[in-house]
Design a protein around this ligand. Sequence first.
Ligand SMILES: [Zn+2]
Ligand SMILES: [Zn+2]
Length: 220
Amino acid sequence: MNEQLTQAQETKTTEIKSKTCAKCAEEKPVTEFTKHKGYKDGLEAKCKTCRSVYRTTGKGKALQALHNTQRRRQNAETELGEQLLDTLTTEEVEDLQNEPECAYCQTQLTEENPVTLDHVIPFKHGGANEYENLVACCRSCNARKRDGFFFEFLRDNFDRQAELRFLLLLIERYNVDLSDLVNAETITQAAEATNEEPTEEEEPSNGFEWKRLQLSSARA
Ligand SMILES: [Zn+2]
Ligand SMILES: [Zn+2]
């Protein structure tokens, strides 16, 4: 951490002994507030108790998940040496976190089977941090798919119906007609029709890019 900033922060915080929480309006000792250089007095506006309550709310959870995606996007950018599109908002994350079932295996998403966010096109392959590139899925599917291509993951783990269902979900997301998208019946066929099987070593698959272009151009 920047030493000068830390010092400035400490100088500021020693000036006051207590602070009124922006949420519960109680005056509490400064030790009840987390240090945060973004604030004038170097302390969070809400006390620690109020912040821990907030983190369990829908919006708090969404904000935390959003920051996670942004951090991962930044890491990917460093690795790739290129910038990735990022338009994701807290509201969109909250929307995804409220999805009732996993986009891949369709299990119910509950507290015991918590929702995670999956980038359909992984950052590694140039995927954007945007609503259109995200689905809600279970931890198990997310862990198994990892940085792979979604059509490979679907093909290797699920039946044809699941593939079609997922394709329809994407179509719904992108708000396009099936006829506008592909003539192939499944994502796998679409990928095969435009390119050889994509492998780990290859550049982002052309089939993949092709579909992405189709999706982008078909979007309103
Ligand atoms: Zn408070
Ligand atoms: Zn799943």
